[in-house]
Design a protein. Structure first.
Length: 159
């Protein structure tokens, strides 16, 4: 059962439910981060989410990007048009299948996101570096496990 109001202070060893609560708090923080990055970049939050997908995955076509974002093909095309006009992405022919178009971040787009995210990225790296090797291994295993659980849930909903 999901619990949404577990208080975890720094002196208490969290159980699984408390870790789940911390993870949900983190997820809400990421949602707010997306809005803050959008404000910093002067683009809508959905466009930031699209850029994140494009910067961290294999090349995607507009329709594939739309599927990842949960938006319709026409909306994805409008989003890509907007990002292209802003100089954040460009459409290119796919390397292997020249008939396909893919959307790729421009150098300027990658630098804009990187610049807006730099201080936070360093703080995240520092938090990980502050853990001892056993702590990093435990966090990594937990994140792999919860990511697999989320991906399985999403796959079941898509089926």
């Amino acid at each position: 059962m999901l619990s949404y109001h577990i208080r975890v202070d720094e002196d208490t060893q969290p159980d699984g439910a408390a870790l789940g609560d911390l993870l949900r708090r983190y997820a809400r923080g990421v949602q707010r981060l997306n809005v803050a990055l959008a404000k910093a970049l002067g683009i809508p939050p959905t466009d930031v989410w699209a850029l994140e997908h494009l910067l961290t995955s294999e090349p995607l076509g507009p329709v594939e990007l739309g599927h990842r974002l949960g938006i319709r093909s026409a909306s994805a095309t409008s989003l890509v048009d907007r990002l292209e006009r802003g100089g954040h992405v460009e459409r290119r022919r796919h390397d292997a299948d020249r008939r396909r178009l893919v959307v790729v971040p421009t150098q300027a787009g990658a630098e804009a996101v990187g610049g807006a995210f730099a201080a936070l990225g360093q703080a995240l790296d520092d938090a990980g570096d502050a853990l001892d090797p056993a702590g990093r291994a435990a966090v990594a295993q937990y994140l792999r496990d919860v990511t697999a659980a989320v991906e399985a849930y999403v796959a079941a909903q898509d089926a």
